[in-house]
Design a binder for this molecule. Structure first.
Ligand SMILES: Cc1ncc(COP(=O)(O)O)c(C=O)c1O
Length: 409
Protein backbone atom coordinates (compact mmCIF):
# COMPACT_ATOMS: atom_id res chain seq x y z
CA UNK A 1 0.00 0.00 0.00
CA UNK A 2 1.12 3.55 -0.69
CA UNK A 3 2.06 5.60 2.32
CA UNK A 4 0.21 8.74 1.29
CA UNK A 5 1.65 10.92 4.04
CA UNK A 6 5.19 10.08 2.87
CA UNK A 7 4.23 10.71 -0.73
CA UNK A 8 2.61 14.06 0.11
CA UNK A 9 5.86 15.26 1.66
CA UNK A 10 7.52 14.99 -1.76
CA UNK A 11 5.18 17.58 -3.29
CA UNK A 12 6.14 21.17 -2.41
CA UNK A 13 2.80 22.60 -3.58
CA UNK A 14 1.03 20.49 -0.96
CA UNK A 15 3.41 21.79 1.70
CA UNK A 16 3.08 25.39 0.58
CA UNK A 17 -0.69 25.52 0.24
CA UNK A 18 -3.67 24.21 2.13
CA UNK A 19 -5.11 22.35 -0.82
CA UNK A 20 -7.07 19.27 -1.77
CA UNK A 21 -6.06 18.77 -5.35
CA UNK A 22 -8.56 16.67 -7.29
CA UNK A 23 -7.87 17.79 -10.84
CA UNK A 24 -5.22 15.21 -11.66
CA UNK A 25 -6.76 14.16 -14.97
CA UNK A 26 -5.97 17.69 -16.19
CA UNK A 27 -2.43 17.79 -14.84
CA UNK A 28 -0.56 16.42 -11.84
CA UNK A 29 1.58 18.18 -9.25
CA UNK A 30 5.35 17.91 -9.42
CA UNK A 31 7.46 15.96 -6.91
CA UNK A 32 10.80 17.13 -5.53
CA UNK A 33 13.00 14.74 -7.59
CA UNK A 34 11.51 16.10 -10.84
CA UNK A 35 12.03 19.70 -9.71
CA UNK A 36 15.60 18.84 -8.73
CA UNK A 37 16.24 17.24 -12.09
CA UNK A 38 15.01 20.37 -13.88
CA UNK A 39 17.25 22.53 -11.70
CA UNK A 40 20.23 20.27 -12.27
CA UNK A 41 19.84 20.51 -16.01
CA UNK A 42 19.95 24.30 -15.83
CA UNK A 43 22.72 24.35 -13.22
CA UNK A 44 24.98 21.59 -14.50
CA UNK A 45 24.22 20.96 -18.16
CA UNK A 46 22.31 23.47 -20.25
CA UNK A 47 23.73 22.88 -23.73
CA UNK A 48 21.63 21.81 -26.70
CA UNK A 49 21.52 18.21 -27.92
CA UNK A 50 22.70 16.51 -31.11
CA UNK A 51 24.56 19.61 -32.26
CA UNK A 52 27.66 20.63 -30.34
CA UNK A 53 30.91 18.62 -30.40
CA UNK A 54 32.19 19.86 -27.05
CA UNK A 55 32.02 17.93 -23.78
CA UNK A 56 29.03 19.74 -22.28
CA UNK A 57 26.98 19.15 -25.41
CA UNK A 58 27.93 15.48 -25.43
CA UNK A 59 26.98 15.05 -21.78
CA UNK A 60 23.65 16.79 -22.31
CA UNK A 61 22.91 14.60 -25.32
CA UNK A 62 23.75 11.49 -23.31
CA UNK A 63 21.38 12.46 -20.49
CA UNK A 64 18.66 13.32 -22.98
CA UNK A 65 18.98 10.02 -24.85
CA UNK A 66 19.16 8.12 -21.55
CA UNK A 67 15.76 9.60 -20.74
CA UNK A 68 14.41 8.52 -24.13
CA UNK A 69 15.64 4.98 -23.36
CA UNK A 70 13.77 5.05 -20.04
CA UNK A 71 10.56 6.11 -21.79
CA UNK A 72 10.98 3.27 -24.31
CA UNK A 73 11.53 0.77 -21.48
CA UNK A 74 8.56 2.11 -19.51
CA UNK A 75 6.12 1.20 -22.28
CA UNK A 76 7.95 -1.84 -23.62
CA UNK A 77 8.98 -0.30 -26.97
CA UNK A 78 11.45 -2.31 -29.03
CA UNK A 79 13.81 0.59 -29.44
CA UNK A 80 14.25 4.27 -28.44
CA UNK A 81 13.99 4.99 -32.18
CA UNK A 82 10.23 4.43 -31.72
CA UNK A 83 9.95 7.28 -29.19
CA UNK A 84 9.26 10.72 -30.69
CA UNK A 85 9.32 13.60 -28.21
CA UNK A 86 6.58 16.15 -28.75
CA UNK A 87 5.12 19.13 -26.91
CA UNK A 88 2.18 17.15 -25.50
CA UNK A 89 -0.21 14.31 -26.28
CA UNK A 90 -2.17 16.61 -28.60
CA UNK A 91 0.85 17.33 -30.76
CA UNK A 92 1.61 13.61 -31.02
CA UNK A 93 -1.85 12.89 -32.44
CA UNK A 94 -1.53 15.80 -34.87
CA UNK A 95 1.84 14.52 -36.08
CA UNK A 96 0.36 11.07 -36.74
CA UNK A 97 -2.76 12.41 -38.44
CA UNK A 98 -1.02 14.84 -40.81
CA UNK A 99 1.72 12.38 -41.58
CA UNK A 100 -0.72 9.56 -42.35
CA UNK A 101 -2.74 11.81 -44.58
CA UNK A 102 0.33 12.46 -46.70
CA UNK A 103 1.68 8.92 -46.64
CA UNK A 104 -1.30 6.56 -46.69
CA UNK A 105 -2.28 5.38 -50.13
CA UNK A 106 -5.46 3.89 -48.76
CA UNK A 107 -8.35 6.33 -48.57
CA UNK A 108 -11.46 5.80 -46.50
CA UNK A 109 -12.78 6.14 -43.00
CA UNK A 110 -11.00 7.16 -39.85
CA UNK A 111 -12.92 5.99 -36.80
CA UNK A 112 -12.80 7.93 -33.56
CA UNK A 113 -15.24 7.56 -30.68
CA UNK A 114 -17.93 9.72 -29.15
CA UNK A 115 -15.95 9.63 -25.91
CA UNK A 116 -12.77 11.10 -27.37
CA UNK A 117 -11.05 14.23 -26.13
CA UNK A 118 -10.97 17.07 -28.69
CA UNK A 119 -7.27 16.23 -29.13
CA UNK A 120 -8.23 12.98 -30.77
CA UNK A 121 -11.11 14.40 -32.79
CA UNK A 122 -10.07 17.74 -34.21
CA UNK A 123 -6.84 16.72 -36.00
CA UNK A 124 -8.77 14.01 -37.86
CA UNK A 125 -11.72 16.28 -38.44
CA UNK A 126 -9.61 19.10 -39.87
CA UNK A 127 -7.99 16.64 -42.28
CA UNK A 128 -11.33 15.06 -43.21
CA UNK A 129 -12.76 18.53 -43.90
CA UNK A 130 -9.79 19.59 -46.01
CA UNK A 131 -9.16 16.49 -48.11
CA UNK A 132 -11.19 13.91 -49.95
CA UNK A 133 -8.95 11.14 -48.64
CA UNK A 134 -10.31 10.55 -45.12
CA UNK A 135 -13.88 10.59 -43.85
CA UNK A 136 -14.46 10.80 -40.12
CA UNK A 137 -16.93 8.58 -38.31
CA UNK A 138 -17.74 8.28 -34.61
CA UNK A 139 -18.11 4.95 -32.82
CA UNK A 140 -21.03 5.32 -30.43
CA UNK A 141 -21.05 5.14 -26.67
CA UNK A 142 -23.71 2.96 -24.99
CA UNK A 143 -26.15 4.24 -22.36
CA UNK A 144 -23.89 2.62 -19.76
CA UNK A 145 -20.98 4.73 -20.96
CA UNK A 146 -19.09 1.94 -22.72
CA UNK A 147 -17.72 1.84 -26.21
CA UNK A 148 -20.41 0.22 -28.37
CA UNK A 149 -18.44 -2.69 -29.82
CA UNK A 150 -21.31 -3.75 -32.07
CA UNK A 151 -21.44 -0.25 -33.56
CA UNK A 152 -17.64 -0.39 -33.96
CA UNK A 153 -17.89 -3.70 -35.83
CA UNK A 154 -20.60 -2.28 -38.09
CA UNK A 155 -18.52 0.78 -38.95
CA UNK A 156 -15.19 -1.00 -39.30
CA UNK A 157 -14.38 -2.37 -42.77
CA UNK A 158 -11.38 -3.04 -45.03
CA UNK A 159 -11.83 0.58 -46.16
CA UNK A 160 -11.08 1.86 -42.65
CA UNK A 161 -7.73 3.63 -42.68
CA UNK A 162 -7.26 4.11 -38.95
CA UNK A 163 -8.98 3.70 -35.60
CA UNK A 164 -8.15 6.28 -32.93
CA UNK A 165 -9.52 5.91 -29.40
CA UNK A 166 -8.73 6.61 -25.76
CA UNK A 167 -7.51 3.90 -23.38
CA UNK A 168 -9.54 5.58 -20.66
CA UNK A 169 -12.18 8.26 -21.21
CA UNK A 170 -11.30 11.55 -19.52
CA UNK A 171 -14.98 12.15 -18.68
CA UNK A 172 -16.58 8.73 -18.16
CA UNK A 173 -13.55 6.94 -16.74
CA UNK A 174 -14.47 4.00 -18.98
CA UNK A 175 -11.59 1.56 -19.43
CA UNK A 176 -11.69 0.53 -23.06
CA UNK A 177 -10.88 -3.01 -24.32
CA UNK A 178 -7.67 -2.03 -26.09
CA UNK A 179 -6.81 -5.52 -27.28
CA UNK A 180 -10.23 -6.23 -28.75
CA UNK A 181 -10.42 -2.87 -30.54
CA UNK A 182 -6.86 -3.30 -31.84
CA UNK A 183 -7.31 -6.89 -33.04
CA UNK A 184 -10.51 -6.04 -34.88
CA UNK A 185 -8.84 -3.04 -36.54
CA UNK A 186 -5.84 -5.10 -37.62
CA UNK A 187 -8.11 -7.79 -39.10
CA UNK A 188 -9.33 -4.98 -41.37
CA UNK A 189 -5.86 -3.62 -42.13
CA UNK A 190 -6.57 -0.42 -40.22
CA UNK A 191 -3.87 1.29 -38.17
CA UNK A 192 -4.50 1.80 -34.45
CA UNK A 193 -3.78 5.03 -32.60
CA UNK A 194 -4.21 4.79 -28.84
CA UNK A 195 -4.63 7.99 -26.84
CA UNK A 196 -2.97 6.93 -23.60
CA UNK A 197 -3.23 10.29 -21.80
CA UNK A 198 -5.48 8.92 -19.03
CA UNK A 199 -4.10 5.38 -18.99
CA UNK A 200 -0.38 5.85 -18.54
CA UNK A 201 -0.53 7.83 -15.26
CA UNK A 202 -1.81 4.91 -13.20
CA UNK A 203 -1.75 1.71 -15.22
CA UNK A 204 1.07 -0.40 -16.52
CA UNK A 205 1.28 -0.44 -20.28
CA UNK A 206 3.23 -2.96 -22.29
CA UNK A 207 3.22 -2.52 -26.06
CA UNK A 208 3.84 -6.22 -26.63
CA UNK A 209 0.56 -6.98 -24.86
CA UNK A 210 -1.62 -4.55 -26.83
CA UNK A 211 0.07 -4.31 -30.24
CA UNK A 212 -1.13 -0.79 -31.07
CA UNK A 213 0.64 0.97 -33.95
CA UNK A 214 0.82 4.37 -32.25
CA UNK A 215 0.50 5.56 -28.67
CA UNK A 216 0.48 9.12 -27.36
CA UNK A 217 0.59 10.55 -23.84
CA UNK A 218 1.67 13.60 -21.85
CA UNK A 219 4.40 13.82 -19.20
CA UNK A 220 2.53 16.46 -17.17
CA UNK A 221 -0.30 14.04 -16.32
CA UNK A 222 2.14 11.62 -14.66
CA UNK A 223 4.25 13.83 -12.40
CA UNK A 224 6.51 15.04 -15.22
CA UNK A 225 7.09 18.59 -16.44
CA UNK A 226 4.78 20.48 -18.77
CA UNK A 227 5.83 20.90 -22.39
CA UNK A 228 6.59 17.25 -23.11
CA UNK A 229 4.55 14.58 -24.82
CA UNK A 230 5.46 11.13 -26.09
CA UNK A 231 4.54 9.70 -29.46
CA UNK A 232 5.35 6.03 -29.84
CA UNK A 233 5.17 4.67 -33.37
CA UNK A 234 6.19 1.28 -34.75
CA UNK A 235 9.62 1.82 -36.24
CA UNK A 236 8.77 0.47 -39.68
CA UNK A 237 5.87 2.94 -39.90
CA UNK A 238 7.89 5.89 -38.64
CA UNK A 239 10.54 5.09 -41.23
CA UNK A 240 8.01 5.29 -44.05
CA UNK A 241 5.95 8.25 -42.84
CA UNK A 242 6.88 11.80 -43.87
CA UNK A 243 7.24 14.35 -41.07
CA UNK A 244 4.55 17.05 -41.09
CA UNK A 245 6.95 19.78 -39.87
CA UNK A 246 10.36 20.84 -41.11
CA UNK A 247 13.35 22.45 -39.40
CA UNK A 248 16.81 21.94 -37.99
CA UNK A 249 18.37 18.62 -36.94
CA UNK A 250 15.90 16.42 -38.83
CA UNK A 251 17.97 16.22 -42.00
CA UNK A 252 21.15 14.56 -43.13
CA UNK A 253 21.60 16.76 -46.11
CA UNK A 254 19.89 19.84 -47.55
CA UNK A 255 20.73 21.51 -50.80
CA UNK A 256 18.69 24.21 -52.47
CA UNK A 257 16.86 21.48 -54.35
CA UNK A 258 17.05 18.30 -52.30
CA UNK A 259 16.45 17.16 -48.75
CA UNK A 260 17.60 13.90 -47.20
CA UNK A 261 15.87 13.23 -43.91
CA UNK A 262 17.42 11.56 -40.88
CA UNK A 263 15.97 8.36 -39.45
CA UNK A 264 13.23 8.39 -36.83
CA UNK A 265 12.80 9.65 -34.21
CA UNK A 266 14.84 12.78 -35.09
CA UNK A 267 13.06 13.22 -38.40
CA UNK A 268 9.89 14.00 -36.42
CA UNK A 269 11.67 16.35 -33.99
CA UNK A 270 12.65 19.49 -35.93
CA UNK A 271 14.11 22.30 -33.87
CA UNK A 272 15.44 22.27 -30.32
CA UNK A 273 13.53 19.60 -28.38
CA UNK A 274 12.21 19.89 -24.79
CA UNK A 275 15.59 18.96 -23.29
CA UNK A 276 15.12 19.83 -19.61
CA UNK A 277 11.61 18.34 -19.62
CA UNK A 278 12.74 15.07 -21.18
CA UNK A 279 15.59 14.61 -18.71
CA UNK A 280 13.26 15.46 -15.80
CA UNK A 281 10.60 13.08 -17.11
CA UNK A 282 13.04 10.25 -16.44
CA UNK A 283 13.03 11.35 -12.80
CA UNK A 284 9.20 11.19 -12.86
CA UNK A 285 9.25 7.67 -14.32
CA UNK A 286 11.81 6.58 -11.72
CA UNK A 287 9.57 8.02 -9.02
CA UNK A 288 6.51 6.16 -10.34
CA UNK A 289 8.49 2.93 -10.56
CA UNK A 290 9.71 3.38 -7.00
CA UNK A 291 6.10 3.68 -5.83
CA UNK A 292 5.25 0.68 -8.07
CA UNK A 293 2.68 1.12 -10.80
CA UNK A 294 0.52 -1.76 -9.52
CA UNK A 295 0.30 -0.05 -6.11
CA UNK A 296 -0.53 3.27 -7.74
CA UNK A 297 -3.35 1.58 -9.64
CA UNK A 298 -4.75 -0.05 -6.49
CA UNK A 299 -4.54 3.22 -4.58
CA UNK A 300 -6.25 5.26 -7.29
CA UNK A 301 -8.89 2.52 -7.77
CA UNK A 302 -9.71 2.56 -4.04
CA UNK A 303 -10.07 6.33 -3.94
CA UNK A 304 -12.22 6.31 -7.07
CA UNK A 305 -14.54 3.57 -5.81
CA UNK A 306 -14.83 5.35 -2.47
CA UNK A 307 -15.86 8.52 -4.28
CA UNK A 308 -18.36 6.70 -6.53
CA UNK A 309 -19.83 4.90 -3.51
CA UNK A 310 -20.26 8.07 -1.44
CA UNK A 311 -21.42 10.24 -4.31
CA UNK A 312 -24.07 7.73 -5.34
CA UNK A 313 -25.66 8.01 -1.88
CA UNK A 314 -26.29 11.72 -2.40
CA UNK A 315 -29.85 12.31 -3.66
CA UNK A 316 -30.44 14.05 -6.99
CA UNK A 317 -26.98 13.32 -8.39
CA UNK A 318 -26.14 11.96 -11.83
CA UNK A 319 -22.88 10.03 -12.09
CA UNK A 320 -21.62 9.29 -15.58
CA UNK A 321 -19.78 6.19 -16.74
CA UNK A 322 -19.25 2.75 -15.19
CA UNK A 323 -21.31 1.66 -12.19
CA UNK A 324 -19.84 1.19 -8.74
CA UNK A 325 -17.46 -1.80 -8.67
CA UNK A 326 -16.92 -1.81 -12.46
CA UNK A 327 -13.46 -0.96 -13.84
CA UNK A 328 -12.96 2.78 -13.99
CA UNK A 329 -9.97 5.07 -14.53
CA UNK A 330 -9.14 7.38 -11.62
CA UNK A 331 -11.90 9.91 -12.17
CA UNK A 332 -15.61 10.52 -11.65
CA UNK A 333 -17.78 13.02 -13.52
CA UNK A 334 -21.18 13.98 -12.19
CA UNK A 335 -23.85 16.66 -11.91
CA UNK A 336 -25.92 17.77 -8.96
CA UNK A 337 -29.44 18.54 -10.00
CA UNK A 338 -30.07 22.29 -9.84
CA UNK A 339 -26.39 23.24 -9.38
CA UNK A 340 -24.24 24.23 -12.32
CA UNK A 341 -20.85 22.48 -12.29
CA UNK A 342 -19.05 25.84 -12.36
CA UNK A 343 -20.92 26.94 -9.24
CA UNK A 344 -20.09 23.67 -7.51
CA UNK A 345 -16.38 23.96 -8.37
CA UNK A 346 -16.21 27.60 -7.30
CA UNK A 347 -18.01 26.88 -4.03
CA UNK A 348 -15.79 23.86 -3.17
CA UNK A 349 -12.74 25.99 -3.79
CA UNK A 350 -13.89 28.85 -1.59
CA UNK A 351 -15.37 26.66 1.17
CA UNK A 352 -12.46 24.25 1.64
CA UNK A 353 -9.71 24.80 -0.99
CA UNK A 354 -10.89 21.79 -2.95
CA UNK A 355 -9.78 21.96 -6.59
CA UNK A 356 -12.00 20.05 -9.01
CA UNK A 357 -12.65 20.46 -12.73
CA UNK A 358 -15.92 21.78 -14.16
CA UNK A 359 -17.11 22.31 -17.71
CA UNK A 360 -16.79 20.21 -20.84
CA UNK A 361 -13.30 18.75 -20.23
CA UNK A 362 -12.46 19.21 -23.93
CA UNK A 363 -15.02 16.51 -24.73
CA UNK A 364 -18.01 18.45 -25.99
CA UNK A 365 -19.31 15.79 -28.42
CA UNK A 366 -19.59 13.40 -25.48
CA UNK A 367 -21.54 15.97 -23.47
CA UNK A 368 -23.82 16.35 -26.48
CA UNK A 369 -24.41 12.57 -26.43
CA UNK A 370 -25.06 12.66 -22.68
CA UNK A 371 -27.42 15.61 -23.27
CA UNK A 372 -25.78 17.79 -20.62
CA UNK A 373 -24.15 21.17 -20.97
CA UNK A 374 -21.34 20.55 -18.49
CA UNK A 375 -20.19 18.28 -15.69
CA UNK A 376 -18.06 18.36 -12.57
CA UNK A 377 -15.08 15.99 -12.42
CA UNK A 378 -12.84 14.74 -9.63
CA UNK A 379 -9.69 12.79 -10.40
CA UNK A 380 -7.21 11.17 -8.06
CA UNK A 381 -3.51 10.46 -7.82
CA UNK A 382 -0.72 9.22 -5.59
CA UNK A 383 -0.88 12.04 -3.02
CA UNK A 384 -4.66 11.88 -2.47
CA UNK A 385 -6.00 10.20 0.64
CA UNK A 386 -9.31 8.83 1.88
CA UNK A 387 -9.63 12.05 3.90
CA UNK A 388 -9.40 14.07 0.69
CA UNK A 389 -12.32 12.08 -0.73
CA UNK A 390 -14.32 12.51 2.48
CA UNK A 391 -13.70 16.26 2.63
CA UNK A 392 -14.76 16.52 -0.99
CA UNK A 393 -17.97 14.58 -0.26
CA UNK A 394 -18.70 16.75 2.78
CA UNK A 395 -18.11 19.80 0.58
CA UNK A 396 -20.52 18.56 -2.10
CA UNK A 397 -23.22 17.99 0.53
CA UNK A 398 -22.67 21.45 1.95
CA UNK A 399 -22.84 23.10 -1.47
CA UNK A 400 -26.00 21.15 -2.19
CA UNK A 401 -27.58 22.49 0.96
CA UNK A 402 -26.59 26.03 0.10
CA UNK A 403 -27.23 26.01 -3.66
CA UNK A 404 -29.39 22.97 -4.31
CA UNK A 405 -32.70 24.80 -4.60
CA UNK A 406 -35.81 22.70 -4.06
CA UNK A 407 -33.85 19.45 -4.05
CA UNK A 408 -31.13 20.61 -1.66
CA UNK A 409 -31.26 18.60 1.51
C1 LIG B 1 -7.92 11.53 -23.01
C2 LIG B 1 -7.07 12.74 -23.28
N1 LIG B 1 -6.45 12.85 -24.45
C3 LIG B 1 -5.67 13.89 -24.75
C4 LIG B 1 -5.48 14.90 -23.85
C5 LIG B 1 -4.64 16.05 -24.23
O1 LIG B 1 -3.49 16.16 -23.43
P1 LIG B 1 -2.55 17.43 -23.60
O2 LIG B 1 -3.40 18.62 -23.31
O3 LIG B 1 -1.47 17.23 -22.60
O4 LIG B 1 -2.07 17.42 -24.99
C6 LIG B 1 -6.11 14.85 -22.61
C7 LIG B 1 -5.97 15.96 -21.64
O5 LIG B 1 -6.77 16.15 -20.77
C8 LIG B 1 -6.92 13.74 -22.31
O6 LIG B 1 -7.55 13.62 -21.14
Amino acid sequence: MLNVEDVKRDFPVLKNRDLIYLDNAATTLTPEPVIQSLQEYYKKLGASVHRGIYQLANETTEEFERARNSIADYIGANSPREIVLTKNCTEGINVIAYSLERWQEKSGKVLVTEMDHHSNILPWRFIANGSKKFQLEYVEVTKEGRLDIEDYKRKLSPETVAVAFPGISNVLGTVNPIKEVTNLAHENDALVILDGAQWLPHRAFDLSEYGVDFLTFSAHKMLGPTGLGVLYGREELLRMMPPPFGGGEMVLNVTRQKVKLTDPPQKFEPGTPPIAQTIAFKAALDYLEKLEVSQIKDHVDNLTQRAVNKLSKIPYIDIYGPKEGEPRGGLVSFNLEGVHSHDLATALDSLDNIAIRAGLHCAQPLHEVLEINSSARVSFYVYNSNEDVDRFIAGVKEVKTILGGENGE
